[in-house]
Ligand binder design. Structure first.
Ligand code: 13P
Ligand code: SF4
Length: 312
């Protein structure tokens, strides 16, 4: 039986063809959007796809900083985001002016600034190198060792990278409002129910949760880990959209959403702002379009390209 989304999905695929567009989709998006993607992946994979594409239009189903990254490296292309308000709490935790004034006040430290990709173009423009959760360890290991590192904006990812590399860094005190909701108690409770299950956690989770995990990794690496692990059941401490991809690509295994103290599974309200209807409208109207000031774009491009070269 055709799904209730079939007509809309077909309409979107026709529009995609007529616009010479590519549909890039993050792992946290609604299942019905993931199912019509040209590529579904994590922030790093999506940035590579955005750089490689020959399409005229990039329909980016994710949050604003991801679509903005695609625009920074593709100024000649039209980049659309189905809902222009799809932001990110990490981006909000580090406004460009605050970082600029911090760097000015601490100019004597000569910081090497590594920015997690979950930040605005203004913050990227002030940074030396960008990283994602998939390559943060590598990027920090390749940083010059004669300068102190300032890591922005995620304190949890930053702390995890320090644990992995032994490199001390100063951390901006931002966090993801979704991942900090997983607690030692909520995860321990579900582990008691599924004692054989392995725990997969995103590095944006707090130390207390990371300590319980069998593996801490980016969303893309979660798929690889689940495929190669001997375990048949996994508790997944990240946004619940991830389960669609895991169930689709590893159908022989069982995945359980990591619960928080309030909810059976964690949902990012920003990621879930995009819908099939909004994607259809965006491809039809070529709006909302991601734009930015050219000077900021140029400055933000260099640290992104540095990251892509370093993590190749
Ligand atoms: P990934 O790059 O691991 O997909 O993470 C993106 C993100 O926003 C996590 O909350
Ligand atoms: Fe941002 Fe957290 Fe949503 Fe990821 S899950 S987009 S870090 S608010």
């Amino acid at each position: 039986m055709p799904s209730k989304y079939a007509n809309l999905q077909e309409e979107i695929l026709d529009l995609k063809k007529s616009r010479n567009a590519i549909i890039l989709v993050h792992n946290y998006q609604l299942g019905e959007i993931q199912d019509i993607a040209d590529y579904v992946g994590d922030s790093l994979g999506l940035a590579y796809r955005a750089r490689e594409t020959n399409a005229d239009v990039i329909a980016f189903c994710g949050v604003h900083f991801m679509a903005e990254t695609a625009k920074i490296i593709n100024p000649e292309k039209t980049v659309i985001l189905p809902d222009k308000d799809a932001g990110c709490s990490l981006e909000l935790s580090c406004p460009g002016e605050e970082l600029a004034s911090f760097l000015k006040d601490n100019a004597n430290k000569n910081y090497y600034v590594i920015a997690y990709i979950n930040c605005s173009a203004d913050v990227k423009a002030l940074s030396d190198c960008i990283c994602t959760s998939g390559n943060a360890v590598k990027i920090v290991e390749s940083a010059p060792d004669d300068r102190p590192i300032l890591f922005v904006p995620d304190q949890n990812l930053g702390a995890w990278v320090m644990e992995q590399t032994g490199r001390k860094m100063d951390l901006w005190q931002g966090s993801c409002y979704v991942h900090v909701e997983f607690t030692r108690e909520s995860i321990s409770k579900i582990r008691d129910e599924y004692p054989q299950a392995e725990l997969i956690a995103h590095p944006e989770c707090t130390y207390a949760v990371r300590m319980l995990a069998d593996v801490v990794c980016s969303t893309e690496k979660m798929v690889d880990y689940a495929k190669q692990s001997n375990a048949s059941c996994f508790i997944v401490a990240t946004e619940e959209g991830m389960l669609h991809r895991l169930n689709k690509e590893v159908p022989s295994k069982t995945f359980i959403s990591g619960p928080t103290d309030h909810c059976a599974c964690a949902e990012c309200r920003f990621m879930k702002m995009n819908t099939l209807e909004k994607l259809r409208n965006a491809l039809r109207d070529l709006s909302p379009e991601v734009t930015m000031n050219e000077e900021t774009r140029e400055k933000a491009k260099a640290p992104i390209l540095r990251m892509l070269e370093l993590s190749n």
